[in-house]
Design a protein around this ligand. Structure first.
Ligand SMILES: CC(C)(COP(=O)(O)OP(=O)(O)OC[C@H]1O[C@@H](n2cnc3c(N)ncnc32)[C@H](O)[C@@H]1O)[C@@H](O)C(=O)NCCC(=O)NCCS
Ligand SMILES: Nc1ncnc2c1ncn2[C@@H]1O[C@H](COP(=O)(O)OP(=O)(O)OP(=O)(O)O)[C@@H](O)[C@H]1O
Length: 207
């Protein structure tokens, strides 16, 4: 089987990755979302749970066997060593599951949604193109406060564990500035979709 044309989609917390990936899915792209995979790995009986229990202890596990996300978030974003340990458990499993999902998810071309694409070395070699979702940091902060009910300080601590806007811009082939009217953003997404079809060698009337 020949390898499908693939795009790595990234952006900072709250930039709009999921919103925009959903728009591409509406045009027929296959979406493999590494955040969703990370959630599956840490749900009750998730593949990562035995290692998380043994490394972090029972206080990080909910009664149903899932990871206690709030407690873990508070722990790892104030403690870089703990964050690296959690990543060492999760990232190899995320990679494995991502590769499997890439084989089995149907769609015209593949979009990998990867929050830490800029930070984690070898994605450049794994995809044909990188799409960055960008927006003002103040907008990111406001969105995450509103959506997750975190404090401004907590959101800033997460942003400090991520690449800067400048670092992401440096790896981008395409950028969507997602800080305005979603109708205009949808138009931009459609233009990029047509460009990706062309780069993938798929006639536009097949979608
Ligand atoms: C720290 C955890 C427990 C927080 O859980 P929570 O439910 O609050 O957030 P969620 O998982 O939905 O992630 C939301 C966003 O946080 C940011 N984020 C998550 N993990 C990290 C990380 N290791 N470094 C920097 N930012 C991160 C990303 O922007 C992500 O989109 C969780 O994110 C986690 O298990 N992280 C480790 C796995 C990982 O690196 N995931 C991100 C890439 S796949
Ligand atoms: N252009 C926009 N205008 C207004 N609200 C938006 C826009 N884009 C996204 N949002 C809202 O901002 C929030 C964050 O968007 P989304 O979940 O798509 O971001 P994300 O990058 O996937 O977030 P995370 O990094 O936390 O996974 C959501 O509540 C979403 O509805």
């Amino acid at each position: 089987m020949s390898r499908r044309f693939s795009i790595g989609l990234t952006g900072g917390i709250g930039s709009g990755k999921t919103t925009i990936a959903n728009m591409f899915a509406g045009y027929g792209a296959a979406i493999v979302d590494t955040d969703l995979i990370a959630h599956e790995l840490t749900c009750p009986q998730g593949l990562a749970m035995p290692a998380i229990l043994s490394r972090f202890g029972a206080q990080f596990i909910n009664p149903d066997g899932a990871m206690n996300r709030q407690r873990m978030r508070e722990h790892v974003f104030s403690n870089p060593d703990a964050r690296h340990q959690l990543e060492q458990i999760l990232h190899p499993l995320i990679r494995q599951q991502t590769e499997q999902a890439a084989q089995t998810t149907p769609g015209l071309y593949l979009i990998f949604v990867v929050p830490l694409l800029t930070e984690s070395g070898n994605w450049r070699q794994r995809v044909d193109r990188i799409l960055v979702i960008d927006c003002d940091e103040q907008t990111q902060i406001q969105r995450v406060i509103q959506r997750n009910h975190l404090s401004q300080q907590q959101v800033i601590a997460i942003m400090h564990a991520q690449a800067t806007r400048q670092q992401r811009a440096e790896v981008a082939d395409d950028i969507i500035f997602n800080d305005g009217d979603l109708h205009l953003i949808r138009q931009h997404v459609f233009e990029l979709h047509r460009k990706y079809l062309q780069l993938a060698g798929i006639p536009p009337d097949q979608n």
